[in-house]
Write a protein that binds this ligand. Structure first.
Ligand SMILES: *Cc1c(COP(=O)(O)O)cnc(C)c1O
Length: 428
């Protein structure tokens, strides 16, 4: 499509957009009395208006039924999480039995590493991306530490980072595959962020998963920036496991519950170690308070504690909304609006003498909702200007602004208006 940098054109795109009406389903903060242009849904999604009713329902059931709410609530609490299986499995491309909700993201990745990182003296290496999200780096380090006393493995040796080439902002697929081949028999686990949090680069998860398996390693994915943002086919890609948070693109509220995926092929493997708790125990027999753990045959078998229903309620509101829309419609809008933002950035860049560069891949198959902009001349003052003028973006050291035009609640008009504010900010 040929884009235009005009208000009229942006409004025309909004009229044609079947998802435009969803903007009204969200609550926007205001700056100077005007609703903001919100580009940080990759960090914390906006609150859907429908969420409050889901939370109120739990509050009311708790008030009216107290402990009886476990079984007699509108949505009983003892199996509340099972309501996620269908809609969430569609979002991540899994079988319903392969997904569950529990804990928070880093906690789940640790638990999954208990099952899928079982280093030996000869096969102990972990491949991750250079500058992985810090929580993932700390996790890798502490997991290796945890095993190192028994095995005598060294941190520097065990964690293998895939680097960007000099002068490049993104990691090449060929370099990931080469590294997997090179580490070969020593590779225990590949665990990468499916969408890079800093650049927005989308990795070819299918190809990387197959390459990891070929050398005998497990392959898992941190999908913090991928869930609700890109088309995932976790089952068909044959990923061993994955986990994601729900508060970024999935709009479930600050620090909220995580989701995870464990491939069906592992459900009955009694040899896989796991940390167990009563909520992962045989559902029919859970309340018999038996001594021996009998895991549910599915992702639910990795659950430990009974679930925080007040956290799951907003997550369910969100999952229901995604189910109503479907990932295909969402992705169609996402592609259009991200391309429009890219176009507007290039237009403004021309008008103001080059001062920034988009470091996210320009190839639409290698990016999703996020464009990361490296500021050359400008710095934090531009970021501050945008904030003061109602554009909420995200600043990353040393000099990057991340912009996520989330398709559920960003309009094409927002993108046009952002361009005008950006230009004024650079010229001020
Ligand atoms: C946001 C994010 C996290 C956050 O982890 P929590 O345990 O939810 O605090 C982890 N990994 C990646 C890649 C992220 O983007």
């Amino acid at each position: 499509m040929i884009f235009e940098n005009t208000l009229e054109f942006a409004k025309h795109l909004d009229l044609q957009d079947p998802l435009h009406k969803y903007q009204d389903e969200f609550i926007f903060p205001k700056v100077q009395g005007k609703k903001v242009i919100y580009f940080t849904g990759n960090s914390l999604g906006l609150q859907p208006k429908r969420t409050k009713a889901y939370v109120d329902e739990v509050m009311n059931d708790w008030a009216n039924l107290a402990v009886e709410g476990h079984f007699y609530s509108e949505k009983p609490w003892w199996d509340y999480h099972e309501r996620f299986a269908d809609p969430l499995s569609k979002i991540v491309g899994a079988l319903p039995s392969e997904v569950t909700v529990m804990n928070t993201l880093t906690v789940n990745l640790h638990l999954l590493m208990v099952s899928f990182y079982q280093p030996t003296q000869t096969r102990y290496k972990i491949i991750c991306e250079e500058k992985a999200f810090p929580s993932d780096q700390y996790m890798f380090q502490s997991q290796v530490d945890f095993h190192s006393q028994n095995l005598g493995i060294q941190l520097e040796d065990a964690i293998v980072e895939i680097k960007r080439r000099d002068g490049e902002h993104n990691i090449r697929l060929e370099d990931v595959l080469a590294k997997i081949g090179e580490v070969g028999d020593e590779l225990a686990l590949v665990l990468i962020g499916g969408v890079n949090y800093y650049t927005g680069q989308v990795f070819d998860m299918k190809t990387i998963t197959a390459a990891g398996h070929k050398v005998g390693a497990y392959v898992g994915w941190d999908l913090a920036h991928a869930a609700g943002n890109i088309k995932l086919e976790l089952h068909d890609w044959n990923a061993d496991f994955a986990a994601w948070c729900s508060y970024k693109y999935m709009n479930s509220g600050p620090g909220n519950a995580s989701g995870c995926f464990i491939h069906k092929k592992h459900h009955n493997n009694a040899a896989l170690p796991r940390f167990a708790g009563w909520w992962g125990h045989n559902k029919e027999r859970r309340f018999k308070m038996e001594q021996t753990f009998d895991p549910i045959q599915g992702a639910d078998g990795w659950q430990i504690s009974n679930l925080p229903i007040l956290s799951l309620a907003p997550y369910l509101a969100s999952v229901d909304m995604f189910d109503e829309i479907g990932m295909d419609a969402l992705i169609q809008k996402r592609n259009a609006i991200t391309s429009y933002l890219e176009f507007i950035l290039h237009e403004i860049d021309k008008e103001v003498d080059s001062s920034f560069e988009i470091i996210t891949p320009s190839n639409p198959t290698e990016r999703a909702s996020q464009l990361s902009v490296l500021l050359h001349g400008e710095g934090r003052s531009l970021f501050d200007y945008l904030m003061q003028n109602g554009v909420i973006t995200d600043w990353r050291e040393p000099n990057v602004i991340r912009l996520a035009p989330v398709p559920l609640y960003t309009s094409f008009e927002d993108i046009y208006q952002f361009g005008q504010i950006l230009k004024a900010g650079i010229q001020s």
